[in-house]
Design a binder for this molecule. Structure first.
Ligand code: NAD
Length: 500
């Protein structure tokens, strides 16, 4: 069986802890590989490599860093197919979706290629007679990233290109369930010419994460994953005096007003709920229909489209949806469908017990549509993270808004309507970090920032875009006075400096 190593100092490094985690091929249920789970000592080795690299890298010129990022961008572009295949093999998502993930990650590398523009700083001359003030931003040092299974390439790419561009060294701890894409990203960075130690990958589980949180040489932690872990990461990082951004889970609502184009709304609900088998933090997991007629029309249209979805292995070009990440997760998701029926929901489409001929041991699940879901039901209250769409019916816009704003999460949301005034009202009134107007998955482009509200993000900074640059740098303000050859000496004055 293949063993997946760490990547430290631009070299694959075999795991020395004696601990390994299984890496499955979700489409077949086979376990072709195992991944090293780092001990504290191995995390320390990765951080030490980053500390050593940072001494030079933190002082390297913008010209050098930018040139490397452009080379990296070209290499990633040339390896899109290979990266997508790695993602599909270990995650299960279909190839086209995996290619899309790589493309969205590349957007952030492109942002990082233009980092010079973001790091220009500011200068105020003659703030007082003979005095100038400059504001600059400098790197933090060694920063760590901890990432989830559902975007094994894109989420790491949300983080380290910006961190490196700003002059930091990076230690990445990818998900232990599908680590190969992250490892390949690091190998390609080495190939692009990033010096040893600037980008390290340490594979592992909770042991590695806790060591990164406690390590005195790690200045900041970026995390993306589930809400309970995000909350713990924020608390752990703060307790150790670190800067932290911890993005958590979600329950994204799609509000459909009666005037919406209901065919388009149904198409978008299908794409956003069942794409990547619902394993997206921006998946639509609840459709909120205003009015019984809207609810009836949507239920019928979604059910009709769901019946035609092609579910199968991600490397089959005919497949539109692949398997889930593990058998346990598949069973947990299926449990929500059974539970919702018991709690009074109408199971319009039941995806439980679904098998793909020839792939009976794969972690497949069909898609489900639950109608007449109420806020007390577990299927509504929990993040299911699978191909299960809840339909909630409300009578008015105000009732919808109250429901959506009562959610403990606030990642993304969308409104479907033809009424510009209603859409405008919603985008101002809804409590979520990312809003789509007739756009179901409003993931911001690389030069804006991604992040939710409430329990979808712990910390003050969103990721990538301007917030990413702020997160990976700290400000310094320099006040300068040079002796003016024509001016008289200052003389002694013990008063607080004031301007004149
Ligand atoms: P997860 O929280 O289980 O794992 C995320 C990372 O944390 C992994 O690297 C894992 O090894 C580590 N981890 C897990 N348990 C830990 C613990 N007890 N202590 C320390 N570290 C631990 O998440 P996942 O299942 O890999 O990913 C799915 C979740 O991520 C969903 O909740 C999804 O909504 C969320 N997510 C959020 C965003 C966002 O931008 N808000 C994006 C993608 C995924």
């Amino acid at each position: 069986m293949r063993s997946i190593p760490h990547f430290i100092d631009n070299r694959p490094t075999d795991g020395a802890s004696g601990r390994f985690g299984p890496v499955y091929e979700p489409a077949t249920g086979a376990q072709p590989a195992r991944v090293a789970l780092a001990s504290e000592a191995e995390v320390d080795a990765a951080v030490a490599a980053a500390v050593a690299a940072y001494r030079e890298w933190g002082r390297s010129s913008l010209a050098r860093r930018t040139a490397l990022l452009f080379r990296y961008r070209a290499l990633l572009d040339a390896h899109r197919e290979e990266l997508a295949r790695l993602i599909t093999a270990e995650h299960g998502k279909v190839h086209a979706d995996a290619l899309g993930e790589v493309a969205r990650g590349l957007e952030v590398v492109e942002l990082a290629c233009g980092i010079a523009e973001k790091l220009k700083g500011a200068l105020s001359t003659q703030v007082s007679t003979g005095v100038d003030v400059a504001a600059i931003r400098q790197p933090l040092g060694v920063v760590a990233g901890i990432t989830p299974f559902n975007f094994p390439a894109m989420v790491p790419l949300w983080m380290f290109p910006v961190a490196l561009a700003c002059g930091n060294a990076f230690v990445l701890k990818p998900s232990e369930r599908d680590p190969s894409a992250a490892l390949r990203l690091a190998e390609l960075a080495a190939e692009a010419g990033f010096p040893p130690g600037v980008l390290n990958v340490v594979n592992g589980d909770r042991v590695a994460v806790e060591r990164l949180l406690a390590h005195p040489d790690v200045a900041a932690v970026s995390f993306v994953g589930s809400t309970p872990v995000a909350r713990a990461i924020q608390q752990g990082a703060v307790a150790h005096g670190k800067r932290v951004q911890a993005l958590g889970g979600a329950k994204n609502h799609m509000l459909v007003l009666p005037d919406a184009d209901l065919d388009a709304a149904a198409d978008n609900a299908i794409n956003a709920a069942y794409g990547s088998a619902g394993e997206r933090c921006m998946a639509v997991s609840v459709v909120v229909a205003v009015g019984e007629e809207t609810g009836d029309a949507l239920a019928a249209r979604i059910a009709e489209r769901a019946a035609g979805l092609r579910i199968g292995p991600g490397d089959d070009p005919a497949s539109e949806m692949g398997p889930l990440i593990t058998a346990e997760h598949r069973d947990r998701v299926a449990g929500y469908v059974t539970g919702a029926r018991a709690q009074g929901a109408e199971v319009v489409v039941d995806g439980t017990g679904y098998t793909v001929p020839g792939h009976e041991a794969g972690f497949f699940l069909g898609v489900s549509l639950l109608d007449r879901v109420t806020p007390e039901m577990d299927a509504y209250r929990d993040e299911i993270f699978g191909p299960v769409l809840c339909l909630v019916r409300v009578a008015t816009y105000d009732e919808a808004l109250e429901l959506i704003n009562s959610s403990r999460w606030g990642n993304g949301t969308a409104v479907f309507t033809r009424d510009g005034g209603a859409a405008r009202r919603y985008q101002l009134e809804v409590e979520a970090g990312m809003v789509g107007v007739n756009v179901p998955i409003p993931v911001p482009v690389g030069y804006h920032s991604f992040g939710g509200w409430k329990e979808s993000l712990f910390g003050d900074h969103h990721v990538y875009g301007d917030d990413g640059v702020r997160f990976y740098t700290r400000g310094k303000v320099i006040t300068t006075r040079w002796p003016d050859p024509a001016a008289a000496a200052d003389g002694i004055n013990l008063g607080f400096p004031s301007h004149s």
